[in-house]
Write a protein that binds this ligand. Structure first.
Ligand code: ATP
Length: 598
């Protein structure tokens, strides 16, 4: 699937809509002020014509009128332009904040995580994020374009009164505009080609400067190699950008040479007409002033066109994201209130988008209502992928997943997720208060101390909270001044408590969330999750545990062994042990290692 950055919808809506929504009053004021300032600034050379011809004809009244015209129009134009510039920057700031919020909402409105894992979609999102400021300035650029249009019309009308063929002078300005568009396309192609490298360089920089990764990187002594790799990629990005900038500058230079040639020819024609008495000296002065102003308009038009072209590209990316999110949020199937039969996977095959090789193949499986199910298998067997399908982060490439007969793919993902809870190996460590860190597991009850306290107790995190200086009100993490940092195991316990916030979930996923706990603590915690799940038996919730620890796995009602994306064995501990297959071998190996660590 290629990224569709070619929307048929209204780009103009995305260019102007955010400004109208973010600051309608400021926008209306800016349009009025810009219009009046543009007319005033374009017509004041009329005063030069009156002054020069009045002086040559010794007509004092005309000279005074000319001076008044220049003074009034010039003052009006400057005052309004200055005020409009200040308001426009407020407008850009407000639109930028609005867009930031909008982009965040849209990224999160996409039900799955494909757009956050696929490099080509990530590039689009990165460029949208980076281009946000340019898009925020679109209303300002459109106003600048409007100003240029008004001034250009006024200039053309005044030039026509001097010598009609001179009206075409502003047309010569098309050359730099076209050249500028060409330059902008060159820059965009380069930006697109370098996007992946840029992201990689950012990621390497982040790795080399973040505390989370510092320990491991220093232990392996890879910081030097990392810095060298970052420099090499950054250099590649820099060289590519410079090449594109030079090529763009060459196109722009060519456009301006064409324009300058036309300008010189027109001045020669006007001077010759004045020498032969076809044009008054005042008109020549006015025409030269107007032509100079026409040149400024062309320059503004090219600047505006360049910025608008960049804004249009970002607008198209925003439209793409809007459609991408809408297309993936269209499901309206019902989410069962409780599970009676359970969750069934029917011939599920799944390949990550852009990959040919399936990660899961022909998976047929029933996870009975109320059961605790352990999923085991070697690294890369597809356990986390199975969890991603169950939590609706992805939909199967083939086959279906049914919750009491209802297809998960037909349900709104957020509605299904409201009835699920999960704790992952790479769980969140948000810099929030302890209450919020746990409470976000069920946002509507995040401020309910009884609910949070209950989850803390069930998650085995009571002692962690008791040791905090301000209990649940203690800010955690290193981003807060005075934030209290926790150990890996303490964070993990809070993550588990978070996973226990939701009442009666239909699906509880524990994807190796207990790596920082010892085997006994893990077994105890899983038992607690299973207990919670059984306590809400009337909801029929299924608990899925991904673990490499067989001491925990053996307690599950059902054990699924995955091997290279296929279901190799299914059954309870006793059955699988008796069958003497992969599970029995792995279990025996691990049990022996525990009993005889030599
Ligand atoms: N976002 C992704 N895009 C492409 N391929 C992926 C992605 N995530 C995982 N894979 C691939 O899918 C396969 C299964 O990965 P998965 O994470 O499901 O395995 P796992 O059984 O959970 O492994 P582990 O025990 O190491 O956690 C692997 O070969 C992996 O490379």
């Amino acid at each position: 699937m290629s990224v569709a950055v070619r929307p048929s919808g209204s780009v103009l809506r995305v260019l102007v809509g955010p400004a109208w929504r973010a600051a309608p009053g400021v926008l209306a004021w800016a349009v009025a002020a810009t219009t009046v300032a543009a007319v005033a600034s374009a017509t004041f050379p009329l005063g030069f014509h009156l002054m020069v011809d009045g002086a040559l004809a010794h007509d004092g009244a005309r000279v005074v009128t000319g001076v008044c015209v220049v003074a009034v129009l010039f003052t009006l134009a400057w005052t309004l332009s200055t005020m409009a510039a200040a308001r426009n920057s407020t407008l850009t700031d407000r639109v930028s904040s609005y867009l930031m919020a909008r982009i965040a909402v849209l990224i999160n409105a996409v039900p799955g995580v494909e757009h956050l894992e696929r490099p080509d979609l990530l590039s689009e999102i990165d460029q949208l994020r980076e281009g946000r400021r340019t898009l925020a300035g679109a209303a300002r650029q459109l106003l600048a374009g409007w100003q240029v249009a008004i001034r250009s019309i006024a200039i053309i009308v005044l030039l026509a009164t001097v010598y009609p063929p001179v009206m075409v002078v502003p047309l010569v300005g098309l050359a730099p505009m076209l050249a500028d568009r060409r330059a902008s396309r060159v820059q965009q192609a380069s930006g697109d080609a370098l996007a992946a490298d840029r992201r990689l360089a950012d990621q390497l920089f982040g790795l080399a400067t973040t505390a989370d990764t510092a320990k491991e990187l220093r232990t392996y002594g890879v910081t030097g190699a990392l810095a060298a790799r970052h420099s090499a990629i950054a250099e590649r990005v820099r060289a590519g950008s410079v090449r594109a900038a030079l090529l763009g500058a060459a196109w722009e230079g060519l456009g301006w040479v064409c324009y300058a040639t036309g300008f010189v020819v027109v001045i020669i024609v006007l001077v010759l007409r004045a020498v032969h008495g076809h044009t008054s000296p005042g008109q020549v002065v006015m025409a030269v002033s107007l032509m100079r102003r026409a040149q400024v308009q062309v320059s503004s038009a090219t600047d505006t066109a360049g910025s608008l072209a960049a804004a249009v590209r970002t607008a198209r990316r925003l439209l793409w994201l809007e459609r991408y999110a809408a297309a993936r949020s269209a499901a309206d199937g019902a989410v069962p209130a409780t599970l009676r039969t359970g969750i069934r996977l029917e011939s599920v095959t799944f390949a990550y988008p852009g990959r040919d090789e399936p990660v899961l193949r022909d998976v047929d499986l029933t996870l009975p209502a109320g059961a605790t199910v352990a999923v085991v298998g070697e690294n890369g067997a597809g356990k986390t992928t199975l969890v991603k399908l169950l939590t609706r982060m992805y939909v199967p490439s083939e086959g279906r997943i049914l919750a009491d007969g209802e297809d998960l793919a037909a349900m709104p993902a957020d509605r299904w997720r409201e009835r699920t809870t999960a704790v992952f190996q790479d769980f969140l460590r948000p810099s929030l208060t302890a209450r919020e860190v746990v409470g976000v597991g069920d946002l509507p009850r995040a401020g309910d101390d009884a609910a949070v306290g209950g989850a803390v107790a069930r998650g085995g995190a009571r002692r962690v909270v008791e040791r905090l200086p301000d209990g649940l009100a203690t800010p955690l993490g290193r981003w807060f001044t005075g934030g209290h940092e926790l150990s890996g195991g303490q964070w993990q316990r809070l993550a588990l408590a978070r996973g226990l916030m939701r009442p009666a979930p239909l699906l509880t996923v524990l994807d190796e969330p207990t790596a920082s706990l010892d085997a006994v603590a893990e077994a105890r915690l899983f038992a607690r999750f299973a207990e919670v799940s059984r306590a809400g038996r009337e909801a029929g919730g299924v608990t899925v545990l991904v673990s490499h620890r067989f001491s925990t796995v053996r307690t599950a009602d059902l054990i699924v062994v995955l091997d290279q994306g296929r279901v190799a064995e299914v059954g309870d501990h006793e059955t699988l042990l008796r069958a003497g297959g992969t599970y029995a071998q792995l279990f025996t190996l691990q049990a022996r290692a525990y009993l005889d660590p030599q």
